[in-house]
Design a protein around this ligand. Structure first.
Ligand SMILES: Nc1ncnc2c1ncn2[C@@H]1O[C@H](COP(=O)(O)OP(=O)(O)O)[C@@H](O)[C@H]1O
Ligand SMILES: Cc1ncc(COP(=O)(O)O)c(C=O)c1O
Length: 294
């Protein structure tokens, strides 16, 4: 089964501009330090909107956190004054609940821009330390009208109220979560990280214009026997990059899964690999080759 759906028609001589609304981490590759290189490798002009500044991500014992909410209205006003145009708004980890209203303001200001929402809130059944129930409720407001929503299973539970039942979900449980997310107004969903402990990871693609009635598309690839932080951001950024390169949704999710798997294969060769995050630098040229239409 294939949805074979294209969200963005790429003119081969045009470079799409995408606002990346994520935090910046000094160490531990995730968020903007994933989104900027990965989307650029896929042929996008990335304009960062930093939602917070961290010395390192929240899986570290020691980190500093600076919420940037206060500076964002002026930052975006200045873009409007300069006539900056956007083809996409790709949001992820947020610093405060008020930032959801700021993203909605961007949606009003750039009505043609694709709305790509990675509803970063937690994993393994737990919220990230700087997330609060209020911030999760606010994040849920981004589901309605999202052209693409990219939750993991923890985030799918937080958004839908369905229980978190681990990563080993059967087809009916996957379908239930996808239907609930489409029912909340997401136009397309990629549900990440289903793990039957059979040596593969599975990602599922579902589209609202199929009424949620069709079987979702299952994309499976090898699972490497270690976990590294930041895979969700690398995966979501690669899906978005491939979409802006004109790839279909299924193909974008397949390309992104292979990109993360391949990058994870290179990662253990690096010192402190479990700390530094996914080392995808050597894989960027392959992402360019896979996504480029020029
Ligand atoms: N151990 C792994 N081996 C291979 N691919 C992986 C591995 N971990 C994650 N990935 C890929 O990255 C995607 C996103 O990772 P995941 O950890 O599920 O996201 P999140 O960080 O949002 O919880 C997965 O769905 C899978 O395609
Ligand atoms: C500061 C920060 N940004 C982003 C993330 C998202 O990481 P992932 O790619 O694993 O979803 C996290 C998760 O801990 C984080 O702490």
């Amino acid at each position: 089964m294939s949805t074979n759906k294209t969200l963005y028609q790429r003119d081969p001589h045009y470079i799409p501009r995408v606002a990346a609304v994520h935090d910046m981490c000094g160490y531990g590759k995730c968020s903007l330090t994933a989104a900027i290189p990965i989307l650029s490798a896929a042929g996008c002009d990335v304009c960062p909107v930093p939602t917070a500044l961290f010395s390192a991500h929240t899986k570290f014992e020691h980190y500093t956190f600076h919420d940037t909410t206060d500076m964002l209205p002026g930052y975006l006003d200045a873009w409007v004054q300069e006539g900056v145009e956007l083809d996409g708004i790709y949001s992820g980890f947020l610093g405060s609940a008020e930032q959801v209203s700021i993203i909605q303001r961007m949606y009003r200001q750039y009505p043609q821009a694709l709305r790509l929402v990675d509803p970063v809130m937690g994993d393994g059944g737990h919220m990230y330390p700087t997330y609060t129930p209020e911030l999760c409720q606010a994040t849920a407001r981004l589901v309605d009208g999202a052209d693409l929503l990219l939750p993991n299973l923890t985030e799918a539970s937080l958004l839908t109220g369905l229980p978190y039942e681990g990563q080993d979900l059967d087809q009916a449980q996957v379908q239930e979560r996808l239907k609930a997310l489409l029912g909340m107004g997401a136009r397309n969903v990629v549900l990440k990280g289903i793990d039957h402990k059979d040596g593969f990871l599975r990602n599922y693609v579902a589209c609202a214009d199929q009424g949620g009635a069709e079987e979702p598309v299952e994309l499976k690839h090898e699972k490497l026997p270690y976990m590294i932080h930041g895979t969700g951001d690398a995966f979501a950024s690669a899906v978005c990059g491939a979409l802006f390169a004109g790839r279909s949704l299924d193909e974008a999710a397949r390309i992104a899964g292979e990109f993360v798997r391949s990058a994870m294969e290179h990662t253990p060769a690096q010192p402190d690999f479990e700390q530094r995050g996914v080392s995808f630098e050597l894989d960027l040229k392959d992402l360019t080759a896979l996504t480029q239409t020029l």
